[in-house]
Design a protein around this ligand. Structure first.
Ligand SMILES: Nc1ncnc2c1ncn2[C@@H]1O[C@H](COP(=O)(O)OP(=O)(O)OP(=O)(O)O)[C@@H](O)[C@H]1O
Ligand SMILES: [Mg+2]
Length: 229
């Protein structure tokens, strides 16, 4: 426990990148982390196959629709953090993973078209809540945003989400070369040399802020859940 699921039917929304960044940060703090790579393209497994994967982080692949719930539950019984990376489509595997989540993170780029895809993910979360008779906390994570400018479209999307009571993390995953580079070189951001990639320090600060916000959100939601039961 807890189980954090990255979901969005939009391909390229930033699910795998954000999942790996969060998992690495947690692992570098000493936590045992399992990432369940439930995407048949196995992007997280390829990353973990390169050098530098933190020693307390394990990646499980070969996850099928029929086995995903068992895999998630078995991992959650063993380690304090289970992170699930899903493929960018709607499938039974996605629905099953969401049904087990303590927190679903919906990564979304800052355009209206991307936000519309995030809404589909949120609808699926709400359907799973009804189907399984349990609350499933979730939050949108804005990805690939500019660290320098705040475009009006992004503010408009935030306003619309606030009006519809869709929770959005304060921290955004900015567009940074370092977040791409970990998939080329392997390992965590901290292993990237400043001569290899620019802006590593800013990317690390961004990753740490995102991780801190996710951890505090998990704490708040688990307190709320306990109060409800
Ligand atoms: N914060 C970021 N900064 C820079 N590049 C990013 C960032 N997030 C994602 N990318 C890049 O965007 C592309 C898509 O990201 P990613 O693979 O994480 O998305 P995804 O939602 O997992 O996609 P899929 O649905 O295909 O699994 C990749 O090329 C990745 O390197
Ligand atoms: Mg992916």
């Amino acid at each position: 426990m807890p189980i954090i699921v990255f979901a969005s039917p939009k391909g390229g929304a930033g699910k795998s990148t954000s999942a790996v960044v969060l998992a690495s940060e947690l692992a570098l703090r000493g936590a045992e982390v399992v990432i369940i790579d439930a995407d048949p393209n196995r992007p997280v497994s390829s990353w973990a196959g390169r050098p530098g994967c933190p020693p307390t982080l394990t990646v499980l692949s070969d996850v099928a629709e029929s086995s995903i719930i068992d895999e998630i539950e078995a991992a959650a019984a063993r380690v304090p953090f289970v992170i699930v990376d899903l493929e960018g489509t709607a499938s039974m595997t996605v629905a099953y993973a969401i049904s087990r989540a303590d927190l679903v993170i919906v990564p979304t780029q800052g355009s209206q078209l991307d936000a519309a895809e995030a809404v589909k993910a949120i609808r699926l979360i709400r359907q799973q809540e009804r189907a399984f008779g349990r609350r499933i906390p979730y939050a949108v994570l804005l990805t690939r945003t500019s660290s320098a400018i705040r475009p009006r479209t992004l503010q408009h999307i935030r306003d619309e989400m606030a009006r519809n009571e869709v929770p959005v993390l304060d921290t955004q995953m900015h567009e940074r070369e370092a977040f791409r580079a970990i998939f080329s070189f392997g390992g965590a951001l901290q292993g990237l040399g400043a001569s290899q990639v620019s802006g590593v320090e800013s990317a690390i600060r961004n990753a740490q802020a995102m991780t801190a916000e996710v951890v505090s959100l998990l704490k708040r939601t688990s307190e709320k859940m306990e109060a409800l039961t």
